[in-house]
Design a protein around this ligand. Structure first.
Ligand SMILES: [Zn+2]
Length: 235
């Protein structure tokens, strides 16, 4: 009898412990926002970054708490619930990131936070190192656009991340003093501008889930596409 209990009791005890641990872990994951402090944009490599960025899109209060000057100047805008795959939730209007002008009427909260992280910890240091000046403005080709994925035949019928304001296309940078750096003109070659562009393209992969540049395809010869959608790649 005693050895029988030992045979069944121990696995049973281990199973109960395992189940209790699993429930605890799931609750921690669900309540994670309360356990982890809000994302700090001044920190270059926050823990659980991808997951903490994703949480921003689901909580207006958390978004307002995280998107603060001087990292970013952004104001929340009214939702436009999805219709036919297009619209946005919990988006912001941006005017400035890391001291540089960025005028976007609609950008998803996690995208805004990722853009601020990229500007502060990648773009501004790279601009000073390669070009001796800080970026004062970003030139873009838009964020929200109700359309399908461009420049791809096999994904042609899928909505672009732009259709939910979850993407931005960056075409160039204006530096203090007025010097211009353009993805289209400066990507090829081995100039200081080209080295700057390559570094900020590679550095974007730390904060965005999908990064595409001129080497990816002809549709991206004049801009970097950044998004925080389902797919993740760095090309
Ligand atoms: Zn794009």
């Amino acid at each position: 009898m005693r050895s029988g209990w030992r045979r069944i009791g121990l696995p049973l005890l281990l199973f109960a412990l395992g189940a209790a641990l699993a429930v605890f872990a799931l609750r921690q994951a669900r309540d994670g926002v309360r356990l982890l402090p809000p994302l700090e944009l001044t920190e270059p490599a926050p823990w659980f970054l991808d997951w903490r960025l994703a949480r921003l899109d689901r909580s207006r209060a958390l978004c307002d708490e995280v998107l603060r000057p001087p990292s970013i100047v952004a104001t929340s805008i009214a939702d436009r619930p999805l219709q036919n795959g297009c619209g946005w939730l919990n988006a912001v209007r941006t005017t400035e990131v890391a001291g540089a002008r960025l005028s976007l009427a609609v950008l998803g909260c996690s995208m805004a936070a990722a853009t601020a992280l990229w500007m502060m910890h990648v773009v501004q240091p790279a601009a000073e190192r390669h070009l001796g000046a800080r970026v004062t403005a970003l030139r873009h080709l838009g964020s929200y656009s109700c359309r399908n994925i461009a420049g791809s035949t096999w994904l042609g019928d899928m909505r672009s991340e732009h259709a939910t304001a979850n993407a931005v296309d960056i075409a160039g940078f204006t530096l203090a003093g007025g010097r211009q750096v353009s993805v289209l003109r400066h990507w090829p070659g081995d100039t200081a501008e080209a080295r700057f562009l390559r570094e900020v393209h590679a550095g974007a992969c730390r904060y965005f889930r999908l990064v595409l540049g001129p080497d990816y395809n002809a549709a991206h010869r004049d801009h970097f596409h950044f998004d925080r959608g389902t797919f993740t790649t760095c090309r």
